[in-house]
Design a protein around this ligand. Structure first.
Ligand SMILES: Cc1ncc(COP(=O)(O)O)c(C=O)c1O
Length: 450
């Protein structure tokens, strides 16, 4: 390993960082993280902080989960790679699929298609949705509906259903036939409605209206996050996702739950769909499936969809899709160990308890600092604060102020994530009460630095 002078000198010189301007990364070199233990990370200067970002919504069990590390090491020794393309399989992937079938039974999902991450999972679900309708003979069902503010990764299909211009504009034209609906976002919405239940109904009405306009027979699927995450943690009213489910079922439209961040306990329930009492037709998972220790994902598929594919006699259901790393044995071994540990630790319970403490603490900070325009959370360990320069007219905060807050919070003990005007908090689900206090104290220091 090169010494710290080398690393600092070359930081961002030859790396283009995701979701960053290359010139900005050079001007403001990123924090170099060199270690992680429990819920804490250490940087190259030895500064240790609580990671309130949880890696990137994925290190749910923290950085020291030995059973997963051991499973990865053991699998590397036994069989470091073999493909599961037609004609071959490997032992951990078979065991994992059976484990996932049991885990996702309450969500009505029984088959798994393996991927290398969240964007891959989204792309897989979108493609399988179109194929499902083709196999059934409804060949005109090709369009996709999604929510503004939604985030579905950055492959072309995923970016096309994404609801944030930052991930779209420079890459257009995107996939045709993708239509975006208003999100149930009480702080800002086109209906000027602040009541969550009434807003949910208005958004559902807008979906009905769009389906009538497009023609239900042209729409393959509706993709949504049960709680919008990267778009700024937007929990809908409890009537919203069941309402979407009902509309989709009535119109023969598949419902894809994008649970890349919400599956495996983040919301305080085992899945976000279960949190709202909904069974989707497909579920995209990734991230916490291996605790972030190996790039891996799975699309879970319902019995009803499986019946259509598995009973096809025309050949149209042959899956012309897959990744070299679909069902990677090391990823599968990591996922098996991770699922066992996730269940053993019953992380949704802790996510609910610590999430409530964090949410209460953020609301208390909002009483103290006018720069906090909106606090969102209340469902497990996913919270956001939307910052404004003027509370009365909700003008978004400027970039340099929010960077100042982040910097001061980091110096005071917590890594936080900035996304546009939002501070997003998604710490590991094994967080303790004392860690919550460290995050809140660091944020307090951050705001008082303004
Ligand atoms: C809801 C959702 N879908 C998809 C993705 C993309 O996942 P990945 O970055 O692993 O490709 C993310 C990533 O944050 C996500 O939050």
């Amino acid at each position: 390993m090169k010494d710290s002078n080398f690393l600092k000198e070359n930081n961002a010189r030859s790396v283009w960082h995701p979701m960053a301007h290359p010139a900005d990364s050079r001007a403001n070199p990123p924090t170099i993280v060199t270690g992680g233990q429990g819920v804490r990370i250490t940087d190259i200067d030895g500064h240790e902080v609580v990671d309130a970002v949880g890696g990137l919504w994925n290190v749910n069990l923290g950085f020291s989960c030995q059973p997963i590390k051991d499973a990865i090491a053991a699998q590397l020794d036994k069989l470091p790679y073999y493909s599961i393309f037609r004609g071959t399989s490997n032992d951990p992937v078979i065991e994992l699929a059976e484990t996932l079938r049991e885990f996702f039974a309450p969500d009505g999902l029984s088959r798994a298609f393996f991927t290398s991450g969240g964007s891959d999972s989204v792309e897989t679900a979108l493609r399988l949705a179109r194929q499902y309708h083709k196999v059934r003979g409804e060949t005109g069902r090709v369009k996709f509906l999604s929510l503004k503010k939604g985030y579905h990764g950055t492959h072309t299909g995923g970016a096309s259903v994404n609801g944030n211009a930052n991930f779209r504009t420079q890459y257009e034209p995107l996939l045709p036939g993708c239509h975006h609906l208003p999100a149930p976002y009480t702080y800002r919405n086109p209906f000027n409605e602040t009541d969550p239940e009434r807003l949910a109904q208005l958004c559902l009405n807008a979906i009905e209206d769009e389906i009538a306009f497009q023609g239900a027979g042209t729409i393959a699927a509706f993709i949504m996050e049960p709680i919008l995450g990267a778009g700024g943690v937007i929990p809908p009213h409890k009537s919203f996702m069941p309402g979407v489910r009902e509309i989709c079922s009535r119109h023969g439209i598949l419902l894809i739950a994008d649970e890349v961040i919400t599956a495996f306990g983040r919301t305080g329930s085992w899945t976000g769909s279960r949190h709202w009492g909904v069974q989707p037709d497909m579920m995209c998972t990734a991230k916490a499936i291996t605790n972030g220790y190996f790039p891996f994902g799975a699309v879970m598929i319902s019995d009803a969809m499986a019946d259509v594919f598995e009973n096809d006699t025309t050949g149209k259901a042959a899956i012309g899709h897959g990744y070299t790393y679909s069902g990677h044995p090391v990823g599968a071994a990591a996922a098996l160990a991770c699922l066992a540990e996730t269940r053993h630790l019953n992380v949704p319970k802790n996510a609910t308890a610590r999430g409530a403490e964090l949410f209460a603490g953020l609301n208390a900070l909002a009483e103290k600092y006018d720069v906090i325009g909106d606090v969102r959370g209340g469902h497990g360990l996913m919270c956001a604060m939307e910052l404004v320069s003027e509370r009365s007219n909700k003008t978004a905060i400027d970039k340099s102020s929010i960077a100042k807050i982040q910097d001061a919070a980091y110096k005071s003990g917590a890594m936080i994530r900035i996304s546009g005007p939002n501070i997003i908090l998604s710490p590991p689900l094994v967080l303790e009460s004392a860690d919550v206090q460290v995050i809140l104290t660091a944020l307090d220091a951050g705001f008082s630095a303004l």
